[in-house]
Design a protein around this ligand. Sequence first.
Ligand code: 5RP
Length: 275
Amino acid sequence: MKAEGEVVMSWGLFNRLSRIIRPETGKTVMLAIDHGYFLGPTTGLEVPSKTIGPIAPYADALMATRGILRTSISPYGSPPVVLRVSGGNSIIGEELSNEGITTSIEDALRLNAAAVAMSIYVGSPYEHQTLMNLSSLVNEAERYSVPVLAVTAVGRDMKRDARYLALCCRIAAELGAHMVKTYHCEGFEEVVGSCPVPIVVAGGKKLPEKKALELTSDAIKDGAVGVDMGRNIFQSDDPVNMIQAVGAVVHHNVPVAEAYKMLQEAKKQKSSEKK
Ligand code: 5RP
């Protein structure tokens, strides 16, 4: 018997989700390194193995494509993987929202993915296609108790405000996504409040480190279960200490000023060791 409002999920789904969202804090720091699927060799990820190797141990999960997993991430002791399974577009292509599903659920299982991830483009020319991609992926993934993370990708002309993001997140949850990734915005509590599944926040373009920590802290205060951050970590001049500062804010509610101070001190220490 399930209590009213209790989510009905299989043991396998819960178990996989608990590999991504740490049960002891109920939060997660995911490291997004899937940018190349439509951006090619993104700054900081030109040689993925070089960048990812030292940071990966501090991430609760890695969000990556199968190509980067196979070539650039050691299978020994890797954090759980949220496998990006959508693509077929590029930053210079005609229409960014024209994505399809690129990777089968069997391949996701062979790669021991903890979840699969794909983008939806609400309000864009291929909205319907991407929403149907999500629905089909949920149908497939649920056969094997694999959670689906929907990324609310934003078309070039879309405004990232609470009204729009709440629409995207709610649609993703209604179609069966088990987690949603979106952007932080003013009034983000409304986005969280109207989305019945956990939300992680993307970092977006590189910000000064203190600002990125503020974004993290605001997202957590507003109800996100964590971040799925890429550029603000791997484009930092000290990615290893930056991801730990983000982790301190996410998992231990360390105030931004303190996390930033820890980061500056760790950098100083590192540079004095180099001398
Ligand atoms: C693109 C993605 C990326 O993983 C994500 O948005 C990148 O993270 P960041 O913005 O923090 O660099 O899902 O659709």
